[in-house]
Design a protein around this ligand. Structure first.
Ligand SMILES: Nc1ncnc2c1ncn2[C@@H]1O[C@H](COP(=O)(O)OP(=O)(O)OC[C@H]2O[C@@H]([n+]3cccc(C(=O)O)c3)[C@H](O)[C@@H]2O)[C@@H](O)[C@H]1O
Ligand SMILES: Nc1ncnc2c1ncn2[C@@H]1O[C@H](COP(=O)(O)OP(=O)(O)OP(=O)(O)O)[C@@H](O)[C@H]1O
Ligand SMILES: NC(=O)CC[C@H](N)C(=O)O
Length: 710
């Protein structure tokens, strides 16, 4: 039927500057699209060089190699017979544009530069690209000589235009951010008769964000009618972000297909077959759309002699489902860790495990990663098997129908090394909890006591200065008390790096043929304690990677609760019941509580984790930002059960500690970006790190409000 069109979209696990791998994945997805009888294959934004090249976009090499990859795709007859949309940087009049390139049968039909660039939060597109201002014009674009050499095509169109097939199907392009702005190009395009909007995107994961994307796309096609095809990358392409796939196809307000949000597949291609007549009838049944259409400014139409007919049966709408935030925590950071591990070519992870919620969450995320790997192996994913063999130096192969060459638990034993690092201040409870969890997930666990190392370091100090610091409970000053705590925390990190490089050696040294690699050290400080600065700079916070650094303690607690159900690890209830404690000071002062930890995080911070999460979200969440005064104004309503003076005191307390500890964000371990309240100073939450912590002007204003409200 010539009113049916089969359209494919894909999610590729691209990697910045990996031109070879990126090319192979693009080619594989085009072939998959052809195998599904699609006549259009949409790829993601900047899929040729990888989205997160960042300042590498300034290098001419990045543009040059992108054209080389495009030339290879254009000259491959295997890829003929399908309209391909790919993404790369293009220089026009010497300026760099973020472009979708549309090609068919070896010819470039259109280069469509991005009209509205993303520059909020994690995005810096204005830094690398020029925004194309001629929103309804196309200009002639002279192609580079390597492209001209393929089939003699000298030039193509550059700009915002529509393509028209020989059977009258009209296609237009929108690029990622353009969907998120109020005046999206799809409005004009749809009113101008465009049937199919193709959106190449690079949109990162944040908890609960998928709902927004799906709603925007459904609403676009519900208001304007038409087909909306969306392609998003997936995976870690070399940075803190995880692109969470979910490429989709929607038509007339309904979703027809969506790819998985989290997956270990490198190439995922989905398709849907849509009846173009359904668009015409949808639009023409709403006369007000027609009235708007009659006055809309027309875009240039580029005719093609290609016919988009399909023999596939038409597709039907599907019901969308969303993962819970806990499921997202369990899957997003897990997939990110897997990409990081295989791409860094390290041998696994080393985790200092304390018996508390945070390191427990990290351990569970690694376990969840192993479960995902097991699932991929059960699905006979050869690329994942190759990665497993590469990391572990094994020779697993697929045999039998339904069995996996290695189970999640066995994998966890080989990939995750946990270590409880006790001192005289540690309790039996935390030590036992850490051991039980390690046994449940089957990590390669050890337990050490390193008081001797602490004593040795303190002895060096005493030999030099003739002084011995004392804990507060023994009459020491605040400074002495902190120094004695910090040396324990910091030495844990030094030991962690030592163990990370040598434990695989001790484990496998007897096997002369075995090739073993070093481990990546995992950190486990959460967003709340980072904000409050309640951790020792360069302690276990200074790891190689932190999967939970942008997640609040409250969300982590829910995640641990969820994991208890999901994995049936009974020990997790004990983690949830325990009072969070650093266990860095002695418990010997009080004979009644001897042996039981008395240091409590919340007491020491002067704030509960619940309060901290509220501060964290009001300080910066999504697009809301609060300084001390706005914070007070919000909290005085939200915490109306507290006296106003108390709210003011808490606000001042939070901002004081936030200010004096902001410098700690500059050395924060790279963390998976999961939340808009992330305090990551390096890529996301740009702030000074030297403040006047008195906030005298701001706090005075709060005092005036407290007084006037009285
Ligand atoms: N403005 C500034 N700009 C740049 N650097 C600055 C600075 N002010 C201090 N510094 C540096 O920061 C250092 C102070 O920071 P830091 O060494 O972290 O020490 P500090 O923040 O004083 O103490 C660590 C805090 O973390 C708590 N804690 C709680 C739970 C667990 C753990 C744990 O580690 O397991 C720790 C611990 O109880 C204590 O309250 C200074 O010695 C100085 O080197
Ligand atoms: N006894 C310990 N053994 C091993 N690692 C530890 C120990 N105590 C602390 N750590 C490491 O230092 C990190 C920070 O310690 P802290 O006491 O702040 O823990 P936390 O943030 O409360 O986390 P958790 O809830 O996991 O205890 C922990 O997440 C853990 O990785
Ligand atoms: N690459 C883009 O244009 C992404 C922008 C968009 N606001 C997002 O977060 O998904």
């Amino acid at each position: 039927m010539d009113s049916l069109v089969t359209i494919a979209t894909c999610s590729l696990n691209q990697w910045a500057l990996d031109f070879t791998g990126n090319y192979q994945r693009i080619k594989a997805s085009i072939l998959q699209a052809k195998a599904q009888n699609a006549k259009i294959r949409l790829g993601s934004e900047l899929e040729i060089p990888g989205y997160s090249c960042q300042d590498h976009f300034f290098e001419h090499d990045t543009v040059y190699h992108s054209w080389q990859v495009l030339a290879k795709l254009l000259s491959d007859p295997e890829l003929f017979g399908i309209l391909v949309v790919t993404g790369m940087p293009v220089l026009f009049k010497g300026h760099r544009y973020n472009c979708s390139v549309l090609f068919l049968d070896g010819k470039v039909l259109l280069i469509r530069p991005k009209l509205w660039l993303a520059s909020d939060g994690n995005y810096r597109e204005y830094r690398y690209f020029t925004k194309f201002e001629l929103t309804s014009l196309t200009v002639n674009f002279l192609l580079p000589t390597n492209i001209q050499a393929i089939n003699g095509q000298k030039s193509t169109s550059f700009g915002h235009a529509l393509l028209e097939s020989s059977n009258g199907v009209v296609i237009g392009v929108e690029m990622c951010e353009e969907l998120f702005v109020p005046y999206s190009p799809h409005i004009q395009m749809s009113l101008d008769g465009c049937d199919i909007i193709l959106n190449s995107s690079a949109s990162h994961h944040e908890l609960r964000k998928l709902y927004k994307r799906v709603s925007l796309i459904k609403s676009a096609t519900s208001k304007c009618g038409g087909v909306y095809v969306y392609s998003n990358l997936h995976g870690c392409d070399g940075d803190r972000l995880y692109f969470d796939g979910s490429s989709m196809i929607a038509c007339n307000g309904a979703l027809f297909a969506i790819s998985p949000q989290f997956s270990l597949e490198d190439v995922i291609t989905i398709s849907a077959t849509i009846d173009i007549n359904s668009i015409r009838s949808y639009r023409s049944s709403i006369p007000s759309i027609g009235s708007q259409s009659s006055i809309v400014k027309s875009l240039t139409r580029i005719p093609t002699d290609f016919c988009f007919d399909s023999q596939n049966p038409p597709s039907y709408p599907i019901r969308e489902t969303y993962l819970s935030p806990e499921q997202e925590i369990s899957l997003g950071p897990a997939c990110w860790l897997w990409d990081y591990l295989r791409r860094s070519k390290q041998g696994g992870f080393f985790l200092p495990i304390s018996g508390g919620i945070d390191s427990c969450s990290v351990a569970l995320i690694v376990y969840s990663m192993c479960v995902q790997v097991e699932k991929a192996l059960l699905a006979k994913n050869k690329a994942v098997l190759d990665d497993v063999n590469e990391i572990l130096d094994t020779n697993y192969s697929f045999s039998g129908e339904s069995c996996t060459p290695i189970t999640a638990k066995d994998l966890c034993n080989k990939l995750l090394y946990t270590c409880y690092m006790g001192t005289e201040n540690s309790s039996n409870e935390t030590k036992t909890r850490a051991a039980s969890l390690s046994s449940d997930i089957n990590s390669y666990h050890s337990s050490i006591v390193f008081d001797a190392v602490i004593a040795a370091v303190l002895m060096v100090f005493s030999m030099l200065t003739g002084k011995s610091p004392k804990y507060g409970v023994d009459g020491g000053s605040r400074q002495e008390n902190l120094a004695l705590q910090n040396i324990q925390a910091r030495l844990r990190m030094v030991l962690s790096y030592l163990f990370a490089s040598l434990l695989p050696w001790t484990r496998y040294v007897s096997d002369k043929k075995k090739r073993y690699r070093s481990l990546l050290v995992l950190g486990s400080s959460n967003a709340d304690e980072a904000l409050r600065g309640y951790f020792t700079k360069y302690d276990c916070s200074s790891a190689d990677l932190n999967p939970i650094g942008s997640i609040s303690k409250t969300d982590l607690r829910s995640f641990v609760g969820f994991s208890q159900q999901e994995f049936q690890f009974n020990i997790l209830s004990q983690f949830l019941d325990a009072v969070p404690s650093a266990e860095l000071i002695p418990t010997r002062t009080n004979s009644e509580t001897k042996g039981i930890a008395v240091q409590s995080d919340e007491q020491e911070m002067g704030l509960t984790y619940e309060q901290l999460e509220v501060f964290g979200k009001y300080r910066k969440s999504s697009k809301f930002y609060s300084g001390p005064l706005s914070m007070y104004n919000k909290l005085v309503i939200r915490w109306s059960h507290l006296p106003k003076q108390e709210v003011a005191r808490l606000v001042k307390h939070f901002f004081f500690y936030y200010a004096i500890n902001r410098h700690k964000m500059t050395t924060l371990t790279p963390s998976y970006h999961a939340e808009s309240y992330s305090p990551d100073d390096n890529r996301f939450d740009h702030r000074p790190f030297l403040y006047n912590a008195d906030y005298s002007w701001q706090f005075e204003e709060i005092d005036k409000l407290v007084a006037s409200n009285e």
